[in-house]
Design a protein around this ligand. Structure first.
Ligand code: WTA
Length: 635
């Protein structure tokens, strides 16, 4: 038997050693024993980080939905696969069993086929957290179409960019979405996006909020009647191990978003294996990850990982503050949730509210608490541990990325002793390295460095859609023969890792990755603005918030500053989405620049963070005099 389920620390170390000494034998055993294959692989791993190229289980054939759905039908047909909890607590929760999921996915798959979608085609999914989103994702996987889910909080502009980048011909959306007490006109956003995406010939619309929307003749159709007419079985497309499963966009520090491409077999094996161990999932558990399926956390740990294990996974449409700040805990009590996985930003927001919101509910079902998306600060960790877990549920602080596909550094609950703010130890098969400023690997402990991974793991993204060179430049050029994460980390005396944050120009705001360049581009399009620079500064709920330094054109000088600030945020909302709005905007006459014209963000960051006692070396600046002005007027 392979070591599929790790139960104590000795076993962790033993399995870890095995997984790094002979990765191929290790992963082969896991793959062999726990998944269904139409054809076994010819080779387990081929890789070359110089090219870069990574291939797992080459030659194997499978369909991931057979692993996530079909194989459970005989033993778990009536078990709830997806437990849908609507935005409005008065609306009844929906239990979708594995059998029902099979039928719903099959029907959706047949509808997509009727729309002309074929293996390898890209399908854009722009839906709120409703069952159709999960079903659409799985339906794509069923027929070998590549899903590209775009988070339904993104603007029309951001949506259009993503549709065009991966050349989607079809979009699945809804008339609107609920978000707490508000409704959002999703179809309106899609209509606007499609003005710039003429390649889209078909839009299928879910009726979620019963609103009166515009349907474009010949392009838009309501989805439900098509589903009603579709056949409830669909033969799965047989996929090669390395066929793309999905594209998911993530922000880069420069340029347009990167369409990370994940492939089929390795992604399945790794997400399933990590899910089983990091949440210690047992057959009758109810597991809840509060992320949106529009992010990687939702892909890997609401859908694929849990379903591959035959789990019951909760899908929550709402927000933590509606109808009040007790919503998360009300849902935990109501569904007797055993594993709860959320983001530090949510924890910090809830920790600010009255403790009664937590104490009112019976949380005794909880066994494991998870954290993801950004560093969890000590205060939030303790609040989570004391008030939600009642010091009985280990917290798994899981570090990973869209690019890594699955969790990379994390405690295994009831196995790894936890330490607040530490993601602790590398997961099985993961070989981290800390690098120093000269590009050398640091072997010591109790030290900071830049976090790299030395050896491929099964769910590493294989490329950036349409731009393999950018993939190489971004991840494999900083350090020879290593995947560079873009994060800094500290390794303590016992070898535990604490992630210290991004070392590039990506800023994590409320757990969302935002690149500075696209925000600056959006601002600079404003006719009154000459130039801008965005930096992050610490924020007690969002983790980081955005601070913008803006230079006006002469024509903008006479304008009302408050109005301009509103327009800047409006501009950002339209180009990217409300998540990228600036908390602080300062108008400046210049930006500190090096002699080669590069903005010295390091200085701007310090000013925004009020750490001005030591600005470091400013002697190389072209215009050191602007610093004084900026500091005098800073917030
Ligand atoms: C950050 C989310 C500290 C990190 C799964 C990473 C974290 C980026 C943690 C990826 C954590 C994620 N502790 N930082 N537990 N988890 N991050 O692509 O900077 O949305 O590089 O993937 O989030 O964000 P992404």
């Amino acid at each position: 038997m392979s070591n599929y389920h790790i139960k104590h620390l000795e076993e962790y170390y033993q399995v870890y050693r095995k997984s790094v000494r002979n990765p191929e034998a290790f992963w082969e055993e896991i793959a062999e024993e726990h998944f269904v294959w139409r054809k076994k692989w010819d080779s387990v791993l081929n890789w070359d980080f110089k090219k870069p190229e990574v291939k797992w289980f080459e030659g194997a054939q499978l369909n991931i939905t057979e692993n996530c759905i079909d194989r459970h039908l005989t033993t778990r047909g009536d078990k709830t696969a997806i437990l849908f909890e609507p935005n409005n607590p008065k609306e009844e929760a929906l239990h979708i069993t594995y059998s029902q999921l099979h039928e719903r996915v099959s029907k959706m798959a047949n509808v997509l086929k009727e729309q002309g979608v074929k293996k390898g085609d890209r399908v854009c999914i722009y839906l709120p957290m409703i069952p159709e989103l999960a079903v659409a994702v799985l339906a794509c996987a069923r027929i070998g179409a590549i899903h590209s889910v775009v988070f339904a909080g993104f603007s029309s502009n951001a949506l259009s960019t993503r549709i065009n980048d991966s050349d989607c011909k079809i979009v699945l959306t809804s008339d609107g979405s609920y978000r707490g007490a508000k409704t959002i006109d999703l179809k309106g956003i899609v209509d606007k996006a499609l003005e710039d995406s003429p390649g889209v010939t078909s839009v299928l619309v879910v009726n979620r909020i019963n609103s009166d929307i515009n349907m474009k003749e010949g392009r838009d159709q309501w989805l439900q009647p098509l589903l009603d007419d579709a056949y409830g079985d669909c033969v799965p497309e047989i996929m090669n191990a390395e066929d793309p499963l999905f594209i998911l966009y993530t922000s880069g520090s420069t340029g347009k978003p990167k369409g990370m491409v994940h492939t089929t077999a390795g992604y399945m094996v790794y997400t399933a294996y990590t899910f089983k161990n990091i949440f210690q999932y047992k057959e009758d558990d109810i597991y809840w990850c509060t992320a949106d399926i529009g992010w990687i956390t939702g892909h890997s740990y609401i859908l694929y990982g849990p379903l591959a294990n035959g789990a019951t996974t909760v899908m929550f449409e709402g927000v933590p503050s509606y109808p009040d700040y007790g919503r998360f805990w009300e849902v935990v009590e109501k569904h007797k949730v055993n594993q709860f996985y959320t983001a530090p930003t949510a924890i910090r927001a809830l920790a600010k509210e009255n403790l009664e919101y937590v104490e009112k509910y019976d949380l005794s079902s909880l066994k494991v608490l998870g954290s993801v998306g950004e560093p969890i600060n000590e205060e939030a960790w303790h609040w989570y541990n004391n008030n939600v877990g009642k010091k009985q549920s280990p917290i798994v602080d899981t570090w990973w990325q869209t690019e890594t596909g699955g969790i990379m550094i994390s405690p295994i609950p009831y196995v790894t002793p936890t330490t607040p703010t530490f993601a602790t130890l590398p997961f099985i098969g993961i070989q981290p390295a800390l690098m120093d400023e000269n590009g050398k690997e640091i072997k010591d402990n109790q030290i900071d460095g830049r976090l790299c991974i030395k050896f491929p793991w099964p769910s590493i993204a294989r490329t950036i859609w349409g731009n393999h060179e950018r993939y190489r430049d971004t991840y494999f050029s900083a350090y020879e023969n290593k995947y560079f994460t873009g994060d800094g980390a500290h390794r303590d005396a016992v070898g535990y890792y604490r992630i210290t944050g991004r070392v590039d120009d990506v800023i994590i705001v409320s757990g969302h990755n935002l690149g500075t360049a696209p925000i600056e581009d959006a601002i600079n399009e404003h006719p009154a603005i000459a130039e801008s620079a965005i930096v992050g500064f610490p924020h007690d709920v969002k983790g980081n918030a955005l601070y913008g330094y803006v230079i006006l054109k002469e024509t903008g000088e006479g304008r009302d500053r408050d109005n301009l600030k509103k327009e800047i945020n409006q501009q950002i909302t339209e180009h990217i989405g409300p998540i990228a709005k600036l908390d602080k905007i300062q108008f400046v006459s210049g930006l500190p620049k090096t002699r080669s014209g590069k903005i010295m963000r390091r200085i701007l960051r310090k000013i925004a963070s009020k750490e001005t006692s030591n600005l470091g070396d400013t002697s190389t600046l072209l215009n050191p005099e602007v610093i004084k002005e900026i500091m005098e007027n800073a917030f």
